[in-house]
Design a protein around this ligand. Structure first.
Ligand code: PEP
Length: 252
């Protein structure tokens, strides 16, 4: 019922040449699975247009790694939803852990971005996840609850259907440590139940919950085998065409 979704987050990597090269390989070698899986890549802002062109004949969508919530004006360095729509963006990451913990984004800011993204016609991928110390202190459920309740505050059931959730335990991002499939499933199940309480079971059952955190070709299949893992948000391994393509195969 929930179509698998694999998204690549290129973070602050690639250049004008390698971004297009990577996109071209993903486009051409994912053609035969395009009906079975939703695919997206999130390149750096400056390469979005070139990557969009490289992906234009494929079913791979482009996403932004961030967005600002104001529509336009004196916000130096920021990018609006309409700018992203204008160049063909479909998705937008909101609240990635590096924006939360490196840049210092708050739940309130992330909520404004998520809300603006939906209003502007983008599909937000709202990222949530606990730090290692929080997991060790058994605070995972509380942290994820706070991030989801605040991140989705004010969004109706209709609007929240545009959102994909990505559970990304911070201790597993870029570290080579992956949550075990059982650890990930436990949190995904918790998130779905929480969405059921915040909205209803029908809404919760329709929202895709991706797992992210050191996903690799050799752990993707087992993660995808879990009941509530509907897809994967892939960082490092999405920069290698062979690995990303293998992860896509594992997800279907
Ligand atoms: C990410 O950037 O969202 C991510 C999960 O990174 P990695 O796969 O490198 O851990």
């Amino acid at each position: 019922m929930r179509k698998p979704f694999v998204a690549g987050n290129w973070k602050m990597n690639t250049d004008s040449h390698t971004s297009v090269e990577l996109a071209e390989r993903i486009a051409s070698e994912s053609m035969d699975v395009s009906g079975q899986v939703t695919l997206g890549v999130c390149p750096p802002f400056v390469y979005l247009q070139a990557v969009a062109k490289a992906l234009s004949a494929s079913s791979v969508s482009i996403g932004a790694q961030d967005v600002y919530y104001e529509p336009k004006g004196a916000f130096t360095g920021e990018i609006s939803t309409s700018m992203l729509k204008d160049i063909g963006c479909v998705y937008c990451l909101c609240g990635h852990s590096e924006r939360r913990h490196v840049i210092g984004e708050t739940d309130e800011l992330i909520n404004k971005k998520t809300t603006a993204a939906i209003a502007g016609g983008l599909l937000p991928i709202l990222c949530v996840g606990e730090l290692l110390a929080e997991r060790e202190a058994s605070q995972t459920d509380g942290i994820v609850t706070r991030q989801l309740e605040n991140g989705l505050a004010g969004l109706s059931a209709e609007k929240v259907s545009a959102v994909t959730i990505a559970y990304e335990p911070v201790w597993a991002i870029g570290t080579g440590l992956t949550a075990t499939p059982q650890q990930a499933q436990e949190v995904h199940d918790f998130i779905r139940k929480l969405l059921g309480q915040m909205y209803d079971d029908r809404v919760a059952g329709g929202i895709r919950i991706l797992y992210g955190g050191s996903v690799k070709p050799d752990n993707a299949e087992e993660l995808m085998g879990q009941l509530d893992i509907d897809g994967l948000l892939v960082g490092g391994a999405s920069l290698k065409a062979d690995d990303f393509l293998a992860i896509i195969q594992a997800a279907i």
